[in-house]
Design a protein around this ligand. Structure first.
Ligand code: ADP
Ligand code: 5GP
Length: 187
């Protein structure tokens, strides 16, 4: 039986870093490639990190029932988990790993309560979270401000999930994430 391993946190907490590490470590895992209307970052690949689509395509997919869940995460920026993606990975017999924000994580867990584990990645402090986000150097001033504005609300979700993973020292957090994965997947 395939399982769903969901990583959630405010932007900049380290989800992507941890999820990439787990994908390299565990061949049993495959990444749920979300659809988004945000612009592709220079190092990202379409159809690998995300399916980068237009707002029109996104709305069509909503209307045709193509999403397990979707959110307008930032004003006029949409993100969603595709049924086709979950079905494809499930058919391959893979366990699925997700990188999604807190409301989406809650909804996936609701849709698949028995099969899901939600891990909240906790930054050591708000200050460190914001400095990681700034130093990542991927956001415009406007986008950075939106992400910072949303972070306090997202941090309040810490106690809503199955596991809290503190991401202070990276090597420690990666080792703990590996252990959580082994326990959950019985590896
Ligand atoms: P998210 O996917 O949650 O937005 P990222 O994985 O992109 O977060 O991490 C945000 C930035 O912080 C990246 O530049 C990443 O390299 C860095 N980072 C992640 N974890 C740590 C850590 N434990 N210590 C220092 N920097 C980190
Ligand atoms: P980013 O633009 O930094 O890649 O992602 C912004 C936020 O959207 C992150 O918290 C990320 O986890 C979240 N996100 C990515 N894909 C999805 C998705 O399919 N659904 C939801 N609800 N959030 C997503």
């Amino acid at each position: 039986m395939s399982k769903l391993l969901i990583f959630t946190a405010p932007s900049g907490a380290g989800k992507t870093t941890i999820v990439h590490h787990l994908l390299e470590t565990f061949p049993e895992l495959s990444f749920s490639i979300s659809a988004t209307t945000r612009r592709q970052r220079p190092h990202e690949r379409d159809g690998y990190d995300y399916h980068f689509i237009t707002k029109e395509e996104f709305v069509k997919t909503i209307d045709s029932g193509g999403f397990v869940e979707w959110e307008e995460v930032y004003e006029n920026l949409y993100y969603g988990t595709l049924h086709s993606e979950v079905d494809r990975l499930w058919a391959e017999g893979k366990h699925i790993i997700f990188d999604i924000e807190v409301k989406g994580a809650t909804n996936i867990k609701k849709a698949y309560p028995e099969e899901s584990l939600v891990v909240f990645v906790k930054p050591p402090s708000e200050e460190i979270l914001f400095s990681r986000l700034r130093e990542r150097n991927t956001e415009s001033a406007e986008s950075l401000a939106k992400r910072i504005a949303r972070a306090a609300e997202e941090l309040a979700y810490e106690h809503s999930f199955d596991y809290v993973l503190l991401n202070d020292d990276l090597a420690t957090a990666l080792a703990e994430a590996e252990q959580v994965t082994r326990d959950f997947l019985n590896l």
